[in-house]
Design a protein around this ligand. Structure first.
Ligand code: FES
Ligand code: FES
Length: 137
């Protein structure tokens, strides 16, 4: 399988690898696994509650190059976005940016699910009403 230049670039220089302090109320964690291949992705956000803006994002992905690139790209896109803006990131935007082939689409779905999971966790921790419908892939 040939990876695109953008996938290789993120795979070789992943942005924002790491861990945020889960115990902080301002941190939300999304942990998802892909049934297709068993890969696992953890994505975390730190939110400024006053502005609902994501001030930091980190990930750890045990998975293929496309999953690592998808989560690296996702953390780049998340920083500086409001929660509402972050919820508009969907996996097809990632597919297009990274030029993922059809067999690698589920890797980008993992990133979208991890983003939504992190946001939902932050909202739950802070008693914020979650008004987001589950998206079926
Ligand atoms: Fe091999 Fe995802 S299928 S790492
Ligand atoms: Fe399964 Fe990429 S996440 S092959």
């Amino acid at each position: 399988m040939a990876y695109s230049d953008k996938v290789l670039e993120h795979f070789q220089n992943p942005r924002n690898v790491g861990t945020l302090d889960k115990s902080k109320p301002t941190v939300g964690t999304g942990l998802v696994g892909a049934p297709e291949c068993g890969d696992v992705m953890r994505l975390q956000i730190e939110v400024d509650p006053a502005t609902s803006t994501i001030v930091d994002a980190k990930f750890k992905t045990f998975g293929c190059g496309s999953a690592i690139a998808s989560s690296s790209l996702a953390t780049e896109w998340l920083k500086g976005k409001t929660i509402d803006q972050a919820l508009t990131i969907d996996n097809m935007t990632i597919v297009e940016e990274l030029a993922l082939p059809p067999v690698k689409i589920h890797c980008s779905v993992l990133a979208e699910d991890a983003i939504r999971g992190a946001i939902a966790d932050y909202q739950q921790k802070n008693g914020i009403e979650v008004a987001v419908a589950e998206k079926a892939h």
